[in-house]
Design a protein. Structure first.
Length: 269
């Protein structure tokens, strides 16, 4: 096949994402004007100028349509982890990976602010958002599990037994996600104004100070499939339940206080 013929072929992933975004824009406008409960899938499809079956080729439900970019963003975050330099601290890699999520929101501030308003008002959308966040947390936890350094943690804590490595990986991944969400919510409440990446960098500095010594560069997550398979992320009350450490902190608390809460829960675990 010639280069000219290959170049003429449409970029299928780009076309798919374009259609998903158009459907999401139609859905958000209808949710804002008619209300979430009153809006039907048929109305969303009609507003986007497509058939009902086209809507269901892209989304399984109308609540899923409010988050058109999460699947692609998850893949971009995974690509950052897969292409990490061998010398890079794994926690730094995870921080770079989650920046892909922030960039997704920052690419369309007005849309992101409106979506934030809707998720605050509609419990179903809020649940969908929590499920999306959990996917990132699981991805980062698996990565950190593959780069855990038992000797570094044991030396830091003066404890020859060290800390439970799935626990530390989960808490460190949760800390990165918590820092990201803390900055994101503050930015959205401010109407999407300000240099959100600079704010995120400052938040990550706090995470690195707290959790940056437990991991070692140059180990592949694929080397630890058994441990990684059991990793998961969650939110809820402080404690360990079902093998997962979960903590609670006020959303308006300073980030360093949030990090201290997580680290204290880690030590208790």
């Amino acid at each position: 096949m010639s280069q000219s013929v290959r170049s003429a072929r449409p970029n299928v992933p780009s076309q798919r994402l374009k259609m998903r975004r158009e459907l999401a824009a139609a859905a958000m406008e209808l949710f804002a004007t008619k209300g979430y409960e009153e809006t039907t899938v048929d109305e969303i499809a009609a507003a986007a100028g497509v058939a009902r079956r086209t809507f269901f080729r892209h989304f399984r439900s109308k609540e899923e349509a409010i988050f058109p970019d999460h699947d692609d963003t998850l893949e971009r975050a995974k690509a950052v982890l897969d292409a990490a330099p061998a010398h890079e601290n794994p926690l730094d890699t995870v921080c770079r990976g989650i920046k892909e999520v922030m960039r997704m929101y920052a690419a369309s501030p007005a849309v992101s602010v409106e979506r934030y308003r809707l998720t605050r008002e509609v419990p179903t959308l809020r649940e969908r958002e929590i499920a999306s966040v959990a996917r990132y947390e699981r991805l980062f936890t698996r990565y950190l599990l593959g780069h855990f350094d038992e000797s570094a943690v044991a030396h830091r804590d003066g404890d020859e037994d060290g800390l439970d490595e799935p626990l530390l990986a989960e808490v460190a991944a949760s800390a990165v996600v918590t820092a990201h969400n803390h900055v994101l919510r503050r930015w959205l409440r401010a109407g999407g104004q300000g240099d959100v990446e600079a704010q995120l960098d400052r938040a990550f500095a706090t995470v690195r100070r707290t959790f940056g010594t437990g991991f070692v560069a140059g180990r592949a997550a694929a080397d630890r499939p058994a441990a990684a398979a059991g990793a998961s992320g969650a939110n809820g009350a402080a404690g360990r339940e079902g093998g997962v450490l979960v903590t609670v902190a006020r959303t308006d608390a300073p980030l360093d206080q949030v990090m201290r809460t997580i680290e204290e829960a880690l030590r208790r675990g």
